[in-house]
Write a protein that binds this ligand. Structure first.
Ligand code: T1G
Ligand code: NAD
Length: 698
């Protein structure tokens, strides 16, 4: 075995040369790896080997270009040089795939003459998730193997396609037994030599792209079908243009188009924000005072208290990964309703298979007796949002649950220290704040209370990953991180309407900014009467007046907006009159408010509140706040998140605007002390580091 460099070895397995990469964590195509590949293939081609196998050590085949190198000076051999060497090799080159062959990794594999994979392997071109496109020939080679439609789907969704489907679409040539990748790849190579198999160059397979020539409707209908999903993003459209080039231009020409569009994206603000966000989500998993090797508690059985809107969705998350759940309600009808909702949600979910639905529902047991929680490793409470009820059930859980069980609350913002104080085991109490619908929304705010033990935090972070959630650790503060910052936007949105902006103006500005929906359309969807009490209503707010007129939102066909029979919203002259009457009655005159002011009034206080949250230690880092808002509140990922956006604007500009608004409109715009400090020090939110947490008293 010859060491080519620190991450690459070359050895002969009989007459087969085996190039092995070993560059943890994911064999990304760093300069070192490119160098190793370049020298490895040069030597293997020059050797008397009959064929060459490329394989990787560690958790995965090459998972793409090294994202940390983007924006830096180019070093080492270019990826294109490596690819040309592979594709033009006079000997068969076989790529042996395990884990995830992604982005540049799949593009390298597509320059091999053949690909073999283990059943658990997956392949994808997820560059679009980084605001990019496959920049190493992937948009030109993939449609030549998988066809235009499949290629469009893969490059615009970034999906990781399982090996079985890769075999069906010709992306891999053979599936070899799990755990026998190397033997399987070498055997395939030997067969290729023995049978003198052709040196297949994907770039020469034009049949599938030629078949799409003269069919621009393929692209038009694809754009139309995904317009809503791609709204605001640049990368999906650029990916589509590259696939169009694969159909309409010769290969080399298509490659040039791909490189030109790639260069535009990688130097643009959207990709910069999405690459920032890629690392932000991974940073959020790191808790400074809870090291990765902190022991965790086994979670084999979960209990959920309350089968309402949240309890059901929460339970499904655990059943989905094979963890049995006991769900407890106070009344039989509430329990039956909750179980029926879960069944409906399973039956309606995409690709649902009846036997799978039954298997998952089979893991969920309903009960009216809290003693059923006695052998649970974790109990999540999701009952009414009232402190007295929370305290009552936690007192009971403390008595019922076994030692070492984790007691969690799904409260939207109540004081978890106070809830924990009614138990004799506050160290086992934590907040697990799911978002509705809990079986769909990816975000999980994990709320660390004063006495929460580190292994409870470590267990919760690990469990979140297991159930497919993006977890962010936050501190106890009213509304935690997400709802607390939402409060700022909602307050300003309401105030803007009382000053003359119409609800649809505010919604349009936030929709155009990239949010999926504005606050008023959101309220109409959720129902204006949540928490509204008819008997107590006295027209004190615009919402009161609307509810009193039975304009309670989409469900009554009218709210802030009027709705047609297909629930399409349109601005309402009724609401406009209610608002103007309301403003005049309050002795003010409606004024014309610019879109710019609407945006700044809604967004800047959110950034300012984020600064307060950081300063109070309720979030570990600014990027955690961004992960909360991108995953839980629809902040457009191509703008990074509120704190990243604040850094792009410049904290000095945010401060100046807050001070300007404060002078005009009062203390709601009082700048956060941290914002003033950062500006004084010429720093950004991203520079903020939480002071070391004091060790827990013994
Ligand atoms: N570059 C650099 N670091 C990477 C990386 C990459 N491509 N992928 C992962 N990491 C780091 C990550 O930051 C983390 O570090 C550790 O690896 C484990 O990752 C020319 C331009 C492979 C499915 O978009 O989707 O190729 O936090 O926690 O959950 O066309 O990582 O431990 O210090 O996510 O098991 C295209 C990105 C690049 C794939 C594994 N490739 N990676 O998931 O572990 S662009 C991607 C992933 C490109 C070409 C273009 C996932 C994963 P740390 P992890 P995981
Ligand atoms: P919900 O009213 O839909 O359901 C609450 C359920 O709890 C009801 O079915 C009720 O019968 C049951 N219940 C009440 N007291 C009980 C008791 N002592 N024992 C057993 N069951 C009892 O409420 P929800 O929307 O599911 O909210 C539950 C919790 O989750 C609240 O704390 C809420 O703030 C929080 N939350 C809600 C949302 C949301 O969008 N709805 C999002 C995040 C968090």
């Amino acid at each position: 075995m010859a060491e080519i460099n620190s991450v690459t070895t070359l050895e002969m397995d009989g007459e087969i040369a085996v190039i092995t990469l070993n560059s943890p964590p994911v064999n990304a195509l760093s300069a070192r790896v490119r160098e190793g590949l370049h020298e490895g293939f040069k030597e293997a081609i020059a050797s008397d080997a009959k064929a060459i196998v490329l394989i990787c050590e560690g958790r995965t085949f090459i998972a793409g270009a090294d994202i940390t190198e983007f924006g830096g000076a180019a070093q080492g051999p270019s990826l294109f040089d490596v690819q040309d060497m592979m594709e033009n090799s006079p000997k068969p080159v076989i790529a042996a795939i395990h884990g995830t062959a992604l982005g540049g990794g799949l593009e390298v594999a597509l320059c091999a003459h053949y690909r073999v994979a283990v059943p658990s392997a997956r392949c994808g071109l997820p560059e679009v998730n980084l605001g990019l496109l496959p920049g190493a020939g992937g948009t030109q080679r993939l449609p030549r193997i998988a066809g235009v439609e499949k290629a469009l789907e893969m490059v615009t969704s970034g999906q990781h396609v399982p090996a079985g489907q890769c075999l069906e679409m010709g992306l891999v040539d053979e599936i070899v037994p799990e755990g026998q990748l190397r033997q399987g790849a070498v055997a395939f190579a030997r067969k290729a030599v023995a049978e003198n198999k052709p040196l297949v160059k994907v770039r020469e397979n034009n049949a599938k792209v030629d078949a799409a020539k003269g069919h621009p409707e393929i692209f038009e209908s694809f754009r139309k079908a995904n317009a809503r999903k791609f709204r605001g993003f640049l990368a999906p459209e650029y990916n589509i243009r590259c696939i169009e080039a694969a159909v309409n231009e010769p290969f080399e020409e298509g490659l040039r188009t791909e490189r030109k569009l790639f260069a535009e994206l990688i130097t643009g603000p959207q990709s910069a924000a999405q690459r920032y966000y890629f690392f932000a989500e991974r940073q959020a998993q790191k808790i400074p005072d809870v090291p990765d090797d902190t022991p965790t508690r086994p979670i084999r059985k979960v209990g959920v208290l309350g089968a309402g809107t949240m309890g059901g969705g929460i339970s499904m998350n655990f059943a989905n990964v094979g963890i049995p759940v006991t769900i407890v309600e106070v009344k039989q009808d509430a329990l039956d309703r909750g179980l029926a909702t879960m069944r409906r949600n399973y039956e309606r979910s995409r690709g649902a298979r009846p036997e799978e639905t039954e298997r998952r529902l089979g893991l969920i047991t309903g009960s009216l007796d809290m003693n059923a929680f006695a052998d649970c490793d974790l109990v999540i409470e999701a009952v009414f949002e009232r402190m007295d009820i929370k305290k009552d059930v936690f007192t009971k859980l403390d008595a019922i649950c076994k030692p070492g069980a984790i007691l969690a609350t799904n409260t939207s913002g109540l004081n978890i220290d106070e809830i924990a104080s009614v138990t004799k085991r506050p160290q086992d109490v934590i907040g697990l704040h799911f978002f509705s619908p809990a079986n769909v929304m990816k975000l999980l705010e994990i709320v660390r209370a004063d006495k929460t033990a580190k292994d409870v935090i470590a267990t919760s972070m690990k469990l979140a990953k297991q159930i497919g959630k993006v977890a962010v650790l936050v501190g106890v503060t009213p509304g935690f991180v997400g709802n607390r910052i939402l409060g700022q936007r909602q307050r300003e949105a309401q105030k803007l309407v009382l000053e003359g902006a119409m609800p649809w103006d505010v919604d349009r500005v936030l929709y155009d900014f990239g949010f999926p929906m504005g606050p008023f359309a959101m309220s109409d969807l959720a129902g204006l009467d949540i928490g509204w009490v008819k008997e107590k209503s006295n027209g004190a707010t615009i919402r009161d007046v609307l509810c009193e007129m039975d304009r309670r939102g989409q469900k009554t066909g009218a709210g802030y907006y009027d709705y047609d029979e297909n629930r399409n919203a349109k601005p309402s002259p009724v609401t406009e009159k209610i608002i103007n009457d309301f403003i005049v009655k309050s002795g003010r005159n409606p004024r014309k408010i610019s879109d710019e002011e609407i945006l700044e009034r809604c967004i800047y206080p959110m950034i300012n509140e984020g600064a307060k949250i950081l300063d109070e230690g309720k979030a570990i880092r600014a990027s955690d706040i961004d992960v909360v808002w991108v995953n839980g509140y629809g902040w457009p990922v191509y703008r990074g998140g509120p704190m990243y956006y604040g850094d792009q604007l410049g904290p000095d500009k945010v401060l100046a605007k807050m001070q300007e608004f404060q002078a005009k409109m009062g203390e709601d715009f009082k700048p956060a002390a941290l914002l003033e400090r950062l500006v004084a020090e010429g720093k950004k939110f991203a520079d903020f580091k939480q002071p070391q947490r004091q060790p827990e008293p013994a």
